[in-house]
Every structure is written in structure tokens, then in C-alpha cells.
Unconditional design. Structure first.
Length: 213
């Protein structure tokens, strides 16, 4: 089976929800992990899922103005379970990882959707926590905005437990310089290709990976 997987920081649809939907529609993902999603002024995850005929799951991390802000995962496969894990570091912005088990044709697929902090010490702690969360049965995909600005990754524990797709420059969208948005995976998923896609819909570019499963 071919699996098309996208990770995309949509920046609260600042370029317009239609623009984000059109970008995702063109990529034809089976699964999309989204960061910086909000339901203030309208539930972006639900609206995007409806536009793409996918099932949404949400992981709120920050609550304000009567709404929430966090991660969301869209899937063409049935969602067997969904759980949001707290990755917050005291004194820093709340962060989280949304874990889903999807019922795909070859079998269950565990998907982790994370958005890490801006400080290196945050990311090291959060990466260790992610390594613990991802323990267990394969196949697994861990993706999201890792905010890893340095050439030397602060998330080495993840690479030791899960294979890392080649990091691609995805931020800022107009002149990509930094590989902030990343995808980790393990067998039996075999990476066929990975690319970024130009889009004006966010300040990040979406990263598309295609796997053979």
C-alpha cells in the first residue's frame, strides 16, 4: 500500500482556510498532522476535514478567549483511539503531542503529532518524553514542528529510536532556510520520496512524504 503523509504548521490559517484546504487537497494526503490549529472564530480542524472528506482529531494545548489552540490530525482511515499528551515545560508555552491509532488496511498505524518549544532545553526534555510515548509496537510515524533551528539536532534520542526522513527546509515559506518540520518513522514503512510544496497559505511549507507499506 502507498501512504501519503503530510505534516504542516498552518499558522491558524493566516493565509485563509480556503488556501490551506486547497494546499492539502492538492497533496491528497491519507494522513495530515497539523500544528497551530485553532477553534476560535470557527473550528479549523472540523472545517478542513469537511473540505477534504477526512476524519479530524484534535489536541488542544492552550486555552484562551473561549477557545483553544493546538494540534490536529486529519485521517482518511478510521480513528481507533485518540489521546493528547502534555509536553509542557514549566514557565514556557504549553505544548503537546496528539497520539492516534488508525485502522489502515495493512494494520494499525500509530501517529504522533507534536509541536515542540522554542528553547533548546525545552526540546531536549520534550524529545525524551516523545521517545517514551512512542515506545511499543510498530509501525509508527512521529511528525510535526520540532522548532529545531540548529544544524545539530537537539532531538538525537528520536533518531536512535525512529528513522528520520531527510530534513527539508520548510521555514519561512517565502525563503525556506530552516528544517523545522520533520517526519520520523520505522519499518515496515519504507520511504519512497519526500518533498516540500510551495504554498502561500502559511509561514511554513507543508512536508509531503510517500511511503510503501
Amino acid at each position: 500500500m502507498r501512504l501519503r503523509f503530510v505534516t504542516y504548521n498552518i499558522h491558524q490559517c493566516f493565509g485563509g482556510l480556503d488556501a490551506v484546504a486547497n494546499t492539502l487537497r492538492a497533496l491528497e494526503p491519507d494522513v495530515a498532522t497539523l500544528q497551530e490549529v485553532s477553534n476560535i472564530g470557527g473550528d479549523q480542524a472540523v472545517a478542513l476535514a469537511a473540505e477534504l472528506n477526512m476524519t479530524p482529531a484534535t489536541g488542544p494545548n492552550l486555552f484562551f478567549d473561549g477557545g483553544w489552540y493546538g494540534n490536529a490530525t486529519l485521517s482518511r482511515f478510521p480513528v481507533a483511539s485518540s489521546r493528547n499528551h502534555d509536553l509542557s515545560v514549566p514557565g514556557r508555552e504549553p505544548r503537546g503531542c496528539l497520539e492516534l491509532i488508525l485502522e489502515a488496511a495493512p494494520g494499525p498505524l500509530r501517529v504522533f503529532n507534536a509541536h515542540l518549544g522554542l528553547r533548546a532545553h525545552e526540546r531536549r526534555r520534550q524529545a525524551r518524553r516523545l521517545t517514551q510515548l512512542a515506545e511499543g509496537s510498530a509501525p509508527r510515524i512521529l511528525a510535526g514542528d520540532f522548532n529545531d533551528w540548529s544544524r545539530r539536532s537537539v532531538c538525537p534520542s528520536l533518531s536512535r529510536h525512529l528513522g528520520a526522513c531527510r530534513p527539508l527546509r520548510s521555514f519561512p515559506a517565502r525563503l525556506p532556510l530552516f528544517a523545522l518540520d520533520r517526519i520520523y518513522h520505522d519499518p515496515p514503512l519504507r520511504l519512497l520520496r519526500i518533498s516540500t510544496v510551495p504554498s502561500p497559505a502559511s509561514d511554513h511549507l507543508p512536508v509531503l512524504a510517500e511511503f510503501d507499506w
